[in-house]
Design a protein around this ligand. Structure first.
Ligand code: NAD
Length: 511
Protein backbone atom coordinates (compact mmCIF):
# COMPACT_ATOMS: atom_id res chain seq x y z
CA UNK A 1 0.00 0.00 0.00
CA UNK A 2 1.28 3.45 -0.80
CA UNK A 3 0.58 6.52 1.26
CA UNK A 4 1.60 8.85 -1.53
CA UNK A 5 -1.20 11.27 -2.27
CA UNK A 6 0.44 12.92 -5.20
CA UNK A 7 0.78 16.19 -3.37
CA UNK A 8 4.35 16.57 -4.66
CA UNK A 9 5.95 17.24 -1.31
CA UNK A 10 9.56 18.43 -1.19
CA UNK A 11 11.79 15.97 0.60
CA UNK A 12 13.76 18.39 2.71
CA UNK A 13 12.97 21.36 4.87
CA UNK A 14 14.70 24.60 4.09
CA UNK A 15 17.55 25.65 6.35
CA UNK A 16 16.33 26.80 9.74
CA UNK A 17 18.18 29.88 10.87
CA UNK A 18 19.00 30.51 14.48
CA UNK A 19 18.70 33.77 16.35
CA UNK A 20 19.39 32.57 19.88
CA UNK A 21 22.73 30.82 19.66
CA UNK A 22 21.38 27.33 18.99
CA UNK A 23 23.53 25.81 16.27
CA UNK A 24 20.77 24.51 14.01
CA UNK A 25 23.27 23.17 11.47
CA UNK A 26 24.67 20.97 14.19
CA UNK A 27 21.20 20.06 15.39
CA UNK A 28 20.02 19.06 11.95
CA UNK A 29 23.24 17.27 11.13
CA UNK A 30 23.65 18.81 7.69
CA UNK A 31 24.98 22.16 6.62
CA UNK A 32 21.81 23.01 4.69
CA UNK A 33 19.57 21.96 7.53
CA UNK A 34 18.01 19.23 5.39
CA UNK A 35 15.96 16.45 6.97
CA UNK A 36 15.91 12.84 5.87
CA UNK A 37 12.75 12.00 3.90
CA UNK A 38 10.07 9.95 5.65
CA UNK A 39 8.71 6.71 4.30
CA UNK A 40 5.10 6.55 5.39
CA UNK A 41 4.88 2.92 4.22
CA UNK A 42 7.11 1.74 7.06
CA UNK A 43 8.93 0.31 8.84
CA UNK A 44 8.00 2.21 12.00
CA UNK A 45 10.36 2.59 14.94
CA UNK A 46 10.09 4.10 18.41
CA UNK A 47 12.02 7.19 19.48
CA UNK A 48 14.26 6.53 22.47
CA UNK A 49 17.21 8.73 23.40
CA UNK A 50 17.32 10.33 19.95
CA UNK A 51 17.48 6.97 18.14
CA UNK A 52 14.83 5.23 16.07
CA UNK A 53 14.49 1.84 17.75
CA UNK A 54 12.95 -1.26 16.23
CA UNK A 55 11.64 -4.25 18.16
CA UNK A 56 11.55 -7.96 17.41
CA UNK A 57 7.79 -8.01 18.09
CA UNK A 58 5.24 -5.84 16.32
CA UNK A 59 1.48 -5.35 16.49
CA UNK A 60 -0.95 -4.74 13.66
CA UNK A 61 -2.53 -1.37 13.03
CA UNK A 62 -5.76 -1.57 11.02
CA UNK A 63 -7.47 0.72 8.56
CA UNK A 64 -10.95 1.09 10.09
CA UNK A 65 -12.49 1.57 6.64
CA UNK A 66 -11.81 -2.07 5.68
CA UNK A 67 -10.18 -3.68 8.74
CA UNK A 68 -7.15 -4.63 6.68
CA UNK A 69 -3.69 -4.35 8.22
CA UNK A 70 -2.21 -0.96 7.45
CA UNK A 71 1.19 -1.38 9.10
CA UNK A 72 3.04 -3.09 11.90
CA UNK A 73 3.98 -0.92 14.88
CA UNK A 74 6.75 -1.74 17.34
CA UNK A 75 5.54 -3.61 20.43
CA UNK A 76 7.63 -1.91 23.06
CA UNK A 77 8.57 -3.95 26.13
CA UNK A 78 8.97 -2.74 29.71
CA UNK A 79 12.73 -2.44 29.06
CA UNK A 80 12.00 0.04 26.24
CA UNK A 81 9.77 2.15 28.47
CA UNK A 82 12.39 2.11 31.23
CA UNK A 83 15.10 3.09 28.70
CA UNK A 84 12.95 5.98 27.45
CA UNK A 85 12.34 7.24 31.00
CA UNK A 86 16.06 6.98 31.79
CA UNK A 87 16.93 8.90 28.60
CA UNK A 88 14.41 11.62 29.43
CA UNK A 89 15.84 11.88 32.93
CA UNK A 90 19.38 12.28 31.54
CA UNK A 91 18.30 14.87 28.99
CA UNK A 92 16.27 16.94 31.43
CA UNK A 93 18.99 19.05 33.17
CA UNK A 94 20.55 20.44 29.99
CA UNK A 95 17.15 21.00 28.32
CA UNK A 96 15.87 22.82 31.41
CA UNK A 97 19.06 24.91 31.48
CA UNK A 98 18.41 26.33 27.99
CA UNK A 99 16.60 29.63 27.79
CA UNK A 100 12.93 29.46 26.75
CA UNK A 101 13.95 31.23 23.53
CA UNK A 102 16.39 28.45 22.73
CA UNK A 103 13.81 25.77 23.44
CA UNK A 104 11.36 27.68 21.25
CA UNK A 105 13.84 27.50 18.41
CA UNK A 106 14.06 23.71 18.60
CA UNK A 107 10.27 23.42 18.75
CA UNK A 108 9.86 25.71 15.75
CA UNK A 109 12.31 23.48 13.87
CA UNK A 110 10.00 20.53 14.59
CA UNK A 111 7.04 22.57 13.36
CA UNK A 112 8.91 23.37 10.12
CA UNK A 113 9.63 19.69 9.56
CA UNK A 114 5.99 18.76 10.18
CA UNK A 115 4.83 21.43 7.75
CA UNK A 116 6.96 19.93 4.97
CA UNK A 117 5.23 16.58 5.43
CA UNK A 118 1.78 17.99 6.17
CA UNK A 119 -0.07 16.41 3.27
CA UNK A 120 1.40 12.97 3.99
CA UNK A 121 0.44 13.27 7.66
CA UNK A 122 -3.13 14.13 6.66
CA UNK A 123 -3.27 10.96 4.57
CA UNK A 124 -1.70 8.79 7.27
CA UNK A 125 -4.10 10.23 9.86
CA UNK A 126 -7.11 9.44 7.69
CA UNK A 127 -5.87 5.90 7.07
CA UNK A 128 -5.12 5.01 10.67
CA UNK A 129 -7.94 6.90 12.41
CA UNK A 130 -10.67 6.72 9.73
CA UNK A 131 -11.67 10.40 9.64
CA UNK A 132 -12.16 11.80 6.13
CA UNK A 133 -8.97 13.13 4.63
CA UNK A 134 -10.53 16.11 2.88
CA UNK A 135 -12.31 17.57 5.89
CA UNK A 136 -11.57 16.25 9.39
CA UNK A 137 -8.04 14.86 8.94
CA UNK A 138 -7.04 18.02 7.11
CA UNK A 139 -8.71 20.10 9.86
CA UNK A 140 -6.81 18.27 12.61
CA UNK A 141 -3.36 18.73 11.09
CA UNK A 142 -4.10 22.32 10.07
CA UNK A 143 -5.29 23.08 13.60
CA UNK A 144 -2.31 21.43 15.27
CA UNK A 145 0.59 22.77 13.20
CA UNK A 146 0.13 26.56 13.56
CA UNK A 147 -0.60 25.99 17.23
CA UNK A 148 2.99 24.70 17.76
CA UNK A 149 4.96 27.94 17.20
CA UNK A 150 2.24 30.01 18.88
CA UNK A 151 2.44 27.88 22.01
CA UNK A 152 6.24 27.82 21.86
CA UNK A 153 6.12 31.62 22.10
CA UNK A 154 4.30 31.46 25.44
CA UNK A 155 6.26 32.44 28.54
CA UNK A 156 5.38 32.13 32.19
CA UNK A 157 6.76 35.24 33.83
CA UNK A 158 8.19 35.37 37.32
CA UNK A 159 5.88 37.44 39.51
CA UNK A 160 6.66 39.90 42.28
CA UNK A 161 3.85 39.28 44.76
CA UNK A 162 4.84 41.89 47.34
CA UNK A 163 7.56 44.49 47.61
CA UNK A 164 8.42 47.13 50.20
CA UNK A 165 11.60 48.50 51.80
CA UNK A 166 11.96 45.44 53.97
CA UNK A 167 11.44 42.56 51.59
CA UNK A 168 10.38 41.27 48.21
CA UNK A 169 8.26 38.16 47.66
CA UNK A 170 8.58 36.46 44.28
CA UNK A 171 6.86 33.56 42.63
CA UNK A 172 9.11 31.70 40.24
CA UNK A 173 8.44 28.55 38.29
CA UNK A 174 10.70 25.63 37.50
CA UNK A 175 10.12 22.61 35.26
CA UNK A 176 9.09 19.34 36.89
CA UNK A 177 11.41 16.85 35.17
CA UNK A 178 10.15 13.93 33.09
CA UNK A 179 6.54 14.29 31.91
CA UNK A 180 4.70 11.11 30.86
CA UNK A 181 2.04 11.72 28.22
CA UNK A 182 -0.66 9.12 27.50
CA UNK A 183 -3.08 9.74 24.64
CA UNK A 184 -6.22 8.21 23.05
CA UNK A 185 -7.11 7.31 19.46
CA UNK A 186 -9.57 10.00 18.40
CA UNK A 187 -7.11 12.84 17.60
CA UNK A 188 -3.81 10.92 17.32
CA UNK A 189 -1.87 13.69 15.53
CA UNK A 190 -3.14 16.67 17.53
CA UNK A 191 -2.74 15.03 20.93
CA UNK A 192 0.95 14.21 20.36
CA UNK A 193 1.61 17.92 20.01
CA UNK A 194 -0.89 19.25 22.55
CA UNK A 195 0.70 17.03 25.18
CA UNK A 196 4.37 17.50 24.33
CA UNK A 197 4.84 21.13 23.22
CA UNK A 198 3.63 22.77 26.50
CA UNK A 199 5.75 20.31 28.51
CA UNK A 200 8.83 20.95 26.35
CA UNK A 201 8.62 24.74 26.23
CA UNK A 202 8.40 24.89 30.02
CA UNK A 203 11.66 22.90 30.22
CA UNK A 204 10.51 19.33 30.81
CA UNK A 205 11.51 16.23 28.90
CA UNK A 206 8.75 13.93 27.63
CA UNK A 207 7.95 10.24 27.24
CA UNK A 208 4.82 9.78 25.13
CA UNK A 209 2.70 6.66 24.83
CA UNK A 210 0.16 6.73 21.98
CA UNK A 211 -2.95 4.55 21.81
CA UNK A 212 -2.22 1.10 20.37
CA UNK A 213 -5.06 1.73 17.87
CA UNK A 214 -3.38 4.80 16.34
CA UNK A 215 0.40 4.87 16.87
CA UNK A 216 1.54 5.69 13.32
CA UNK A 217 1.32 9.49 13.21
CA UNK A 218 3.12 9.67 16.56
CA UNK A 219 5.91 7.39 15.33
CA UNK A 220 6.47 9.47 12.19
CA UNK A 221 6.45 12.67 14.26
CA UNK A 222 9.09 10.92 16.37
CA UNK A 223 11.25 10.32 13.31
CA UNK A 224 11.27 14.03 12.60
CA UNK A 225 11.83 14.90 16.25
CA UNK A 226 14.87 12.60 16.28
CA UNK A 227 16.48 14.84 13.68
CA UNK A 228 15.53 18.13 15.29
CA UNK A 229 15.48 17.83 19.09
CA UNK A 230 18.40 16.95 21.37
CA UNK A 231 18.53 13.21 22.26
CA UNK A 232 16.28 12.11 25.12
CA UNK A 233 14.25 15.30 25.27
CA UNK A 234 11.30 13.65 23.52
CA UNK A 235 10.71 9.89 23.49
CA UNK A 236 7.88 7.80 22.05
CA UNK A 237 7.17 4.21 23.09
CA UNK A 238 4.35 2.19 21.50
CA UNK A 239 2.63 -0.93 22.75
CA UNK A 240 -0.13 -2.02 25.09
CA UNK A 241 -1.78 -0.44 28.11
CA UNK A 242 0.82 -1.98 30.44
CA UNK A 243 3.39 0.52 29.12
CA UNK A 244 1.12 3.30 30.37
CA UNK A 245 1.06 1.65 33.75
CA UNK A 246 4.87 1.55 33.94
CA UNK A 247 4.95 5.25 33.13
CA UNK A 248 2.38 6.13 35.81
CA UNK A 249 4.15 4.12 38.53
CA UNK A 250 7.75 5.03 37.70
CA UNK A 251 9.55 7.05 40.41
CA UNK A 252 11.54 9.06 37.83
CA UNK A 253 8.41 10.46 36.17
CA UNK A 254 7.26 13.70 37.77
CA UNK A 255 3.95 14.25 36.00
CA UNK A 256 1.40 12.35 33.96
CA UNK A 257 -0.67 14.23 31.44
CA UNK A 258 -3.45 11.93 30.27
CA UNK A 259 -6.30 12.16 27.79
CA UNK A 260 -8.70 9.25 27.65
CA UNK A 261 -11.63 7.65 29.42
CA UNK A 262 -12.75 8.43 32.96
CA UNK A 263 -12.30 4.76 33.93
CA UNK A 264 -8.63 4.77 32.87
CA UNK A 265 -8.16 8.25 34.38
CA UNK A 266 -9.21 6.88 37.77
CA UNK A 267 -6.66 4.05 37.49
CA UNK A 268 -3.96 6.53 36.50
CA UNK A 269 -4.74 8.83 39.42
CA UNK A 270 -4.47 5.88 41.79
CA UNK A 271 -1.20 4.70 40.22
CA UNK A 272 0.29 8.20 40.48
CA UNK A 273 -0.51 8.42 44.18
CA UNK A 274 2.41 6.16 45.11
CA UNK A 275 4.97 8.72 43.98
CA UNK A 276 2.84 11.90 44.43
CA UNK A 277 3.01 12.74 40.73
CA UNK A 278 1.36 15.80 39.30
CA UNK A 279 -1.59 14.68 37.16
CA UNK A 280 -3.56 16.34 34.42
CA UNK A 281 -6.59 14.33 33.39
CA UNK A 282 -8.68 15.17 30.33
CA UNK A 283 -11.46 12.59 30.49
CA UNK A 284 -14.86 11.65 29.15
CA UNK A 285 -17.90 13.85 28.74
CA UNK A 286 -21.65 13.77 28.14
CA UNK A 287 -22.10 17.31 26.87
CA UNK A 288 -25.57 18.84 26.61
CA UNK A 289 -26.60 21.13 23.74
CA UNK A 290 -29.45 23.30 25.00
CA UNK A 291 -31.67 25.19 22.56
CA UNK A 292 -33.47 27.88 24.58
CA UNK A 293 -37.07 28.84 23.66
CA UNK A 294 -35.96 31.86 21.61
CA UNK A 295 -33.17 30.03 19.73
CA UNK A 296 -32.95 30.45 15.97
CA UNK A 297 -33.32 26.69 15.69
CA UNK A 298 -33.39 26.59 11.88
CA UNK A 299 -30.01 28.29 11.75
CA UNK A 300 -28.75 26.00 14.51
CA UNK A 301 -29.60 22.70 12.77
CA UNK A 302 -26.35 22.21 10.76
CA UNK A 303 -24.26 23.71 13.58
CA UNK A 304 -25.69 21.45 16.26
CA UNK A 305 -25.35 18.53 13.85
CA UNK A 306 -21.64 19.26 13.41
CA UNK A 307 -21.25 19.71 17.17
CA UNK A 308 -22.78 16.27 17.73
CA UNK A 309 -21.59 14.12 14.83
CA UNK A 310 -18.17 15.63 14.01
CA UNK A 311 -15.45 12.94 13.93
CA UNK A 312 -18.40 10.48 13.88
CA UNK A 313 -19.14 11.43 17.48
CA UNK A 314 -15.69 10.27 18.61
CA UNK A 315 -14.66 13.36 20.52
CA UNK A 316 -14.78 14.22 24.14
CA UNK A 317 -16.63 17.53 23.67
CA UNK A 318 -19.17 16.27 21.14
CA UNK A 319 -22.74 17.37 21.92
CA UNK A 320 -24.08 14.07 23.26
CA UNK A 321 -27.57 15.12 24.45
CA UNK A 322 -29.62 17.69 22.52
CA UNK A 323 -32.26 19.41 24.68
CA UNK A 324 -34.91 21.16 22.57
CA UNK A 325 -37.79 23.31 23.86
CA UNK A 326 -41.18 21.71 23.38
CA UNK A 327 -42.46 24.67 21.32
CA UNK A 328 -40.29 23.69 18.31
CA UNK A 329 -39.23 20.12 19.11
CA UNK A 330 -41.21 18.40 16.32
CA UNK A 331 -40.07 20.88 13.66
CA UNK A 332 -36.48 20.69 14.87
CA UNK A 333 -36.38 16.88 14.76
CA UNK A 334 -37.81 16.88 11.25
CA UNK A 335 -35.27 19.43 9.97
CA UNK A 336 -32.41 17.76 11.82
CA UNK A 337 -33.22 14.36 10.34
CA UNK A 338 -33.53 15.87 6.84
CA UNK A 339 -30.11 17.47 7.27
CA UNK A 340 -28.66 14.18 8.59
CA UNK A 341 -29.85 12.42 5.43
CA UNK A 342 -27.60 14.69 3.36
CA UNK A 343 -24.47 13.53 5.24
CA UNK A 344 -22.56 10.49 3.99
CA UNK A 345 -20.68 8.00 6.15
CA UNK A 346 -17.90 6.34 4.17
CA UNK A 347 -14.22 5.58 3.66
CA UNK A 348 -12.09 8.48 4.87
CA UNK A 349 -10.12 8.51 1.62
CA UNK A 350 -13.29 9.04 -0.41
CA UNK A 351 -13.68 12.80 -0.94
CA UNK A 352 -17.47 12.43 -0.92
CA UNK A 353 -17.52 11.06 2.66
CA UNK A 354 -18.65 13.54 5.30
CA UNK A 355 -18.02 11.20 8.22
CA UNK A 356 -15.70 8.19 8.55
CA UNK A 357 -15.92 4.83 10.29
CA UNK A 358 -15.47 4.13 14.00
CA UNK A 359 -11.77 3.86 14.69
CA UNK A 360 -11.56 0.39 16.22
CA UNK A 361 -13.46 -2.83 16.78
CA UNK A 362 -13.62 -2.37 20.56
CA UNK A 363 -15.54 0.92 20.17
CA UNK A 364 -17.63 -0.49 17.30
CA UNK A 365 -18.71 -3.39 19.53
CA UNK A 366 -19.66 -0.96 22.31
CA UNK A 367 -21.84 0.88 19.80
CA UNK A 368 -23.44 -2.35 18.58
CA UNK A 369 -24.43 -3.00 22.17
CA UNK A 370 -25.89 0.50 22.58
CA UNK A 371 -27.82 0.19 19.30
CA UNK A 372 -29.22 -3.17 20.46
CA UNK A 373 -30.33 -1.57 23.73
CA UNK A 374 -32.04 1.25 21.83
CA UNK A 375 -33.86 -1.26 19.59
CA UNK A 376 -34.80 -3.54 22.49
CA UNK A 377 -36.42 -0.68 24.33
CA UNK A 378 -38.38 0.44 21.27
CA UNK A 379 -37.26 4.08 21.35
CA UNK A 380 -38.33 6.20 18.38
CA UNK A 381 -35.46 6.36 15.86
CA UNK A 382 -36.30 8.74 12.98
CA UNK A 383 -32.84 8.33 11.38
CA UNK A 384 -30.47 5.36 11.22
CA UNK A 385 -30.73 2.82 14.00
CA UNK A 386 -29.37 -0.33 12.37
CA UNK A 387 -25.70 -1.15 11.89
CA UNK A 388 -25.00 -3.10 8.69
CA UNK A 389 -22.60 -5.68 10.05
CA UNK A 390 -21.95 -7.18 6.61
CA UNK A 391 -19.70 -4.23 5.74
CA UNK A 392 -15.93 -4.73 5.98
CA UNK A 393 -15.27 -1.44 7.77
CA UNK A 394 -16.48 -0.21 11.16
CA UNK A 395 -19.30 1.84 9.64
CA UNK A 396 -22.06 3.03 11.96
CA UNK A 397 -24.97 5.02 10.53
CA UNK A 398 -25.89 8.53 11.66
CA UNK A 399 -28.59 7.82 14.21
CA UNK A 400 -31.08 10.10 15.96
CA UNK A 401 -33.08 8.83 18.95
CA UNK A 402 -36.17 10.95 19.60
CA UNK A 403 -36.99 11.71 23.22
CA UNK A 404 -35.87 8.50 24.98
CA UNK A 405 -36.28 8.41 28.78
CA UNK A 406 -33.74 10.49 30.71
CA UNK A 407 -32.44 7.36 32.45
CA UNK A 408 -31.91 5.41 29.19
CA UNK A 409 -28.40 4.28 28.35
CA UNK A 410 -28.26 6.43 25.21
CA UNK A 411 -28.78 9.53 27.40
CA UNK A 412 -26.71 8.54 30.41
CA UNK A 413 -23.66 6.97 28.73
CA UNK A 414 -20.98 8.52 26.55
CA UNK A 415 -21.64 6.75 23.21
CA UNK A 416 -18.48 8.00 21.44
CA UNK A 417 -20.19 7.33 18.13
CA UNK A 418 -22.80 8.83 15.76
CA UNK A 419 -25.90 8.15 17.88
CA UNK A 420 -27.46 11.14 19.64
CA UNK A 421 -30.71 11.61 21.60
CA UNK A 422 -32.91 14.68 21.09
CA UNK A 423 -34.79 15.40 24.32
CA UNK A 424 -37.83 17.61 24.96
CA UNK A 425 -37.92 20.05 27.87
CA UNK A 426 -40.45 22.59 29.15
CA UNK A 427 -38.69 25.06 31.41
CA UNK A 428 -35.21 26.42 32.04
CA UNK A 429 -34.75 25.22 35.62
CA UNK A 430 -35.71 21.74 34.52
CA UNK A 431 -33.26 21.64 31.59
CA UNK A 432 -30.38 22.99 33.69
CA UNK A 433 -31.07 20.35 36.32
CA UNK A 434 -31.18 17.58 33.69
CA UNK A 435 -28.04 18.87 31.96
CA UNK A 436 -26.16 18.80 35.28
CA UNK A 437 -27.40 15.42 36.44
CA UNK A 438 -24.37 13.45 35.25
CA UNK A 439 -20.95 12.65 36.69
CA UNK A 440 -19.42 14.45 33.71
CA UNK A 441 -18.82 18.19 33.29
CA UNK A 442 -16.62 18.70 30.24
CA UNK A 443 -18.45 20.97 27.79
CA UNK A 444 -21.85 22.31 26.78
CA UNK A 445 -23.38 24.43 24.04
CA UNK A 446 -26.24 26.89 24.55
CA UNK A 447 -28.26 28.28 21.64
CA UNK A 448 -30.35 31.45 22.12
CA UNK A 449 -31.22 34.87 20.67
CA UNK A 450 -31.07 36.59 24.06
CA UNK A 451 -27.39 36.45 25.03
CA UNK A 452 -28.08 37.38 28.64
CA UNK A 453 -30.44 34.44 29.00
CA UNK A 454 -27.81 32.18 27.42
CA UNK A 455 -25.13 33.51 29.78
CA UNK A 456 -27.39 32.90 32.75
CA UNK A 457 -27.82 29.26 31.73
CA UNK A 458 -24.07 28.96 31.01
CA UNK A 459 -23.25 30.20 34.50
CA UNK A 460 -25.47 27.50 36.01
CA UNK A 461 -23.99 24.61 34.03
CA UNK A 462 -21.44 22.40 35.80
CA UNK A 463 -19.09 22.41 32.87
CA UNK A 464 -15.49 23.36 32.15
CA UNK A 465 -16.34 24.88 28.76
CA UNK A 466 -19.53 26.46 27.42
CA UNK A 467 -19.96 27.63 23.85
CA UNK A 468 -22.83 30.00 23.09
CA UNK A 469 -24.40 30.01 19.60
CA UNK A 470 -21.53 28.11 18.05
CA UNK A 471 -19.65 24.85 17.85
CA UNK A 472 -16.70 23.87 19.96
CA UNK A 473 -13.86 26.16 18.96
CA UNK A 474 -10.58 26.07 20.83
CA UNK A 475 -9.11 29.51 21.49
CA UNK A 476 -5.33 29.25 21.72
CA UNK A 477 -4.84 30.93 25.07
CA UNK A 478 -7.95 29.62 26.81
CA UNK A 479 -7.52 26.93 29.44
CA UNK A 480 -9.33 23.68 28.67
CA UNK A 481 -10.44 21.14 31.26
CA UNK A 482 -13.41 19.39 32.79
CA UNK A 483 -15.44 19.66 35.97
CA UNK A 484 -16.43 16.69 38.10
CA UNK A 485 -15.34 13.32 36.63
CA UNK A 486 -14.42 14.87 33.28
CA UNK A 487 -10.99 15.76 34.52
CA UNK A 488 -8.48 17.39 36.77
CA UNK A 489 -6.32 20.45 36.10
CA UNK A 490 -6.31 22.12 32.68
CA UNK A 491 -4.37 22.23 29.43
CA UNK A 492 -3.59 25.31 27.34
CA UNK A 493 -3.30 28.96 28.27
CA UNK A 494 -1.09 30.16 31.12
CA UNK A 495 -2.80 27.83 33.57
CA UNK A 496 -2.10 24.87 31.33
CA UNK A 497 1.55 25.84 30.98
CA UNK A 498 1.84 26.41 34.72
CA UNK A 499 0.59 22.88 35.38
CA UNK A 500 3.91 21.65 33.94
CA UNK A 501 5.92 23.57 36.55
CA UNK A 502 6.63 23.70 40.26
CA UNK A 503 5.94 26.92 42.15
CA UNK A 504 8.86 28.35 44.04
CA UNK A 505 8.16 31.18 46.46
CA UNK A 506 11.16 33.37 47.30
CA UNK A 507 11.02 35.65 50.32
CA UNK A 508 13.97 38.05 50.09
CA UNK A 509 14.74 40.14 53.16
CA UNK A 510 16.48 43.32 52.03
CA UNK A 511 17.99 44.43 55.32
P1 NAD B 1 -8.66 4.85 27.12
O1 NAD B 1 -8.79 5.40 28.48
O2 NAD B 1 -9.13 3.46 26.88
O3 NAD B 1 -7.13 4.86 26.63
C1 NAD B 1 -6.38 6.05 26.57
C2 NAD B 1 -4.89 5.73 26.69
O4 NAD B 1 -4.64 5.18 27.99
C3 NAD B 1 -4.37 4.72 25.69
O5 NAD B 1 -3.09 5.15 25.25
C4 NAD B 1 -4.25 3.45 26.52
O6 NAD B 1 -3.27 2.55 26.02
C5 NAD B 1 -3.83 4.01 27.88
N1 NAD B 1 -4.13 3.15 29.04
C6 NAD B 1 -5.11 2.24 29.16
N2 NAD B 1 -5.07 1.67 30.41
C7 NAD B 1 -4.05 2.26 31.07
C8 NAD B 1 -3.52 2.14 32.40
N3 NAD B 1 -4.04 1.30 33.30
N4 NAD B 1 -2.49 2.95 32.74
C9 NAD B 1 -1.97 3.83 31.88
N5 NAD B 1 -2.41 3.98 30.61
C10 NAD B 1 -3.45 3.21 30.21
O7 NAD B 1 -9.42 5.90 26.17
P2 NAD B 1 -9.68 5.82 24.61
O8 NAD B 1 -10.73 4.77 24.37
O9 NAD B 1 -8.38 5.72 23.90
O10 NAD B 1 -10.29 7.27 24.30
C11 NAD B 1 -11.64 7.56 24.42
C12 NAD B 1 -11.93 8.34 25.70
O11 NAD B 1 -11.10 9.49 25.77
C13 NAD B 1 -13.35 8.88 25.77
O12 NAD B 1 -13.90 8.67 27.04
C14 NAD B 1 -13.18 10.38 25.52
O13 NAD B 1 -14.21 11.18 26.04
C15 NAD B 1 -11.86 10.63 26.15
N6 NAD B 1 -11.26 11.85 25.62
C16 NAD B 1 -11.19 12.94 26.42
C17 NAD B 1 -10.67 14.14 25.93
C18 NAD B 1 -10.58 15.37 26.79
O14 NAD B 1 -9.84 16.28 26.42
N7 NAD B 1 -11.27 15.45 27.91
C19 NAD B 1 -10.21 14.20 24.61
C20 NAD B 1 -10.29 13.07 23.82
C21 NAD B 1 -10.80 11.88 24.34
Amino acid sequence: MSYSDGAGQPEVVPAISSSTGVNMEEVLGKPDGALKPLDFNGPYGMLIDGEIVSTSEGFDVFNPADNRVLASAPAGASADMNAAIAAAKRAFPSWAALSADQREEYIVALFSALEVHKEEFITLLSLEQGKPRHNQASFEVNLANPWIPETAKSRLKDQVLEEDDERRVELRRSPLGVVGAIIPWNYPYLHVLWKSVPALITGNSVVLKPSPYTPLCALRIGELAAQVLPPGVFNIVTGGNELGQILTEHPDVAMITFTGSTATGAKIMAACAGTIKRVTLELGGNDPAILLPDADWKDAVPKVFAAAYGNSGQWCIAAKRIYVHRSFHDDFVEAFVEYGKTQKVGDGMDPTSDLGPINNRMQYDKLRDLFADTQRNGYRVPLGGTIDESLDGNFVPITVVDDPPEDSRVVQEEPFGPIVPILVYDDIDEVVQRANSTVYGLGATVWASDLDAALDVASRLESGNVWINGGQSHPLHAPFGGHKQSGLSVEHGDEGLASHTNNKTLVIRKR
